[in-house]
Each structure stands twice: as structure tokens, then as C-alpha cells.
Design a binder for this molecule. Structure first.
Ligand code: GLN
Length: 312
């Protein structure tokens, strides 16, 4: 924190500086190509948006360009599922970091079809199954939750991305079938995969995402809509899971360098939450080997270093 405190930080200047300073990092990562529709996204993009608790949004670069949200949606679906089930949910999915890639199969077999946490793919498939069991329209429910929390009623799925992932989603299908064999998936596997691929295809921009996560910086209440999106206790728990599991096997490194609860996606987005200060979203499609945005991770490290705001 600067001597005069975070409230007087010139966020606009800071974001513009960061956008300039990350530019030399282009070319160090690779755009996700295992989902054919994502491989077509231009690599050299960088956007960043930060929303403070008074609802003011600062933005730089490509912050209003839509991208594929992918695994960041796992925070939204967890939030919805936690409203349906409390204790019971944690018998079907764990709360430990996996230390493995997000699409690893090996751990799932050792652990009898119970995924380590809700943010690896297997965990998100269980969460999709929970939502399917409680809602007649799971995809509509997820979309409406996102529209409401981000205060943007035009947000929608990109069904071409969903179709593209469905055609190439063999690993996710393997996980869902394996968990079904252990009785940890109730609905038909195709139903669960359809919800999961569709949720991952949500198209949003940095501004939308920084707003949609703002309640997590404010004990569950959105300063933008005034809604209590989550209780304070649920908010603490979601933030704890993001800190320990949000960046998969890079969660430790990210906590070390950035020190904020965060969630990444293979579309190149990362959203981070600074409780009592702001939520921030960065987007840049080139990924490191753990599937996290190269420029995005560096940008968030610069932000923490310059604001001094972290949870530690
Ligand atoms: N839809 C992607 C997948 O299942 C999501 C992964 C991610 O964003 N980390 O592989």
C-alpha cells in the first residue's frame, strides 16, 4: 500500500502503464489450440479492467472486446450450486489444490471419481450435474446469473465455441463417464457435458468480468446492483478456493507473486479479487504451459507490486 493508502491510487494511470510494460512479453506463450475455435483468436491482445467498491471501472487496451470466458465460469457455477447444496456438495467434490493440470485424469482414478476441487474440469462437471438436478433450465440459469451480477443483459453464449469444444472434448467426456461409473454424476453424461461446454463458451469482456466479481471483494454484496449475491461466509469460501485452486498447478506461484484470489481460463482471461478494494480482470490469449495468460499473470503481479494491495 502506498504511504497515502490505496484510495488515492491513480488506477487509470497505473493500468495504462501496465499495458505498455507487458508488451515485450508477446510471443512467450501460445494461444490455446485444443479447442479449434479458440485457436483462431488473434494472439496479440491485451485488455485490463478494474472496478473499485464505489462501482467505478477503469479500463485499458482491449478491455471491451469479448473473449471466451472458459474456466472463469466455474466460479459462477460454484456460486449457484452452493446455493442449492451446502454440506452435501463437499461429499461429491473436494476443496484441495490438485497440483495437476486442469484436465488431468490420473488423480480422478486414484481418488475414486471425487474431483479434488470445483475448479478443475472434473469438479466443474460435478457442479454442472448439481445444477442440472436442481434446475429445469441450467444454461438459462447460469446465463441469467452472469447477466445479473455483471449488470449487462446482453451477455450470451458463443454457440460456435461450445460446438467446437464438444467436437474435441474427449478428455472431458472421459472424466464425466469415469465419474458416472463411480456414481458421482446423476444426469446423463451428454446433458452434463452440454451444460459444461456451453457455460465455458460465455463471451464477456474485462469490464463485464470485473463487475461480475465485484461482490466477492465486498463480502458478497454487489456495489453495482445492490444485490446480496452470496452471504459473507460463502464469499470467504469462494475466495479461499480461488486462492488455493483458481490457477490449477500454478496456484502456489500465483499466490506468491500476486497474493490475490483469482480464476483463470484458457481463453486468456484472469479475474482477481482484492477484498475491500477492487476486482480486476485481465485478458491476453497467449498462455503459459499451465494454461494461464502470460501477459495477464505479469500484469496482475505489477498491479499488486504497485498498489501494495494483496490479502497478505
Ligand atoms: N473448456 C475448457 C476445457 O474444458 C476450460 C479449461 C480452462 O479454461 N482451463 O478444457
Amino acid at each position: 500500500m502506498s504511504a497515502s493508502g490505496p484510495d488515492v491510487i491513480d488506477y487509470q494511470k497505473l493500468l495504462d502503464e501496465i499495458a505498455r510494460e507487458v508488451e515485450p512479453l508477446y510471443g512467450q506463450g501460445k494461444v490455446a489450440s485444443y479447442i479449434p475455435a479458440l485457436a483462431r483468436v488473434p494472439a496479440r491482445k491485451f485488455g485490463m479492467a478494474l472496478t473499485t467498491l464505489d462501482g467505478k471501472t477503469y479500463r485499458t487496451g482491449d478491455a471491451t472486446e469479448n473473449f471466451s470466458v472458459q474456466s472463469i465460469t466455474k466460479v459462477f457455477t460454484l456460486s449457484i450450486a452452493m446455493a442449492y447444496m451446502t454440506g452435501e456438495l463437499w461429499r461429491r467434490v473436494g476443496r484441495e489444490p490438485s497440483g495437476n493440470p486442469f484436465n488431468s485424469l490420473v488423480q480422478l482414478e486414484y481418488e475414486h471419481g471425487v474431483p479434488r476441487n470445483p475448479f478443475i474440469n472434473a469438479g466443474a462437471l460435478v457442479i454442472a450435474d448439481v445444477i442440472a438436478a436442481h434446475s429445469p433450465d441450467p444454461k438459462g440459469l447460469i446465463r441469467d446469473f452472469v447477466r445479473r451480477t455483471s449488470a449487462n443483459p446482453s451477455i450470451d453464449y458463443d454457440l460456435e465455441v461450445a460446438r467446437s469444444e464438444a467436437e474435441a472434448g474427449f478428455r472431458n467426456a472421459a472424466m464425466a463417464n469415469f465419474m458416472k461409473s463411480h456414481g458421482n454424476i446423476e444426469s446423463p453424461v451428454e446433458t452434463v457435458l452440454d451444460i459444461y461446454f456451453t457455460q465455458c463458451s460465455l463471451a464477456m469482456n474485462c469490464v463485464d468480468l470485473s463487475r461480475a466479481f465485484l461482490h466477492l471483494a465486498n463480502q458478497g454484496r454487489s456495489p453495482i446492483t445492490g444485490d446480496e449475491v452470496a452471504t459473507p461466509r460463502k464469499t470467504r469460501r469462494i475466495n479461499a478456493l480461488m486462492l488455493t485452486c483458481g490457477l490449477y498447478d500454478a496456484a502456489g506461484r500465483f499466490a506468491f507473486h500476486v497474493g490475490l484470489p483469482a480464476k483463470s481460463g484458457v481463453g486468456g482471461g484472469i479475474v482477481a479479487v482484492a477484498p475491500r478494494h477492487y476486482s480486476v480482470c485481465v485478458w491476453s490469449p497467449e498462455l503459459d504451459t499451465t494454461g494461464n495468460s502470460v501477459l495477464g499473470s505479469h500484469a496482475l503481479e505489477m498491479l499488486t507490486n504497485r498498489t501494495g494491495v494483496s490479502i497478505f
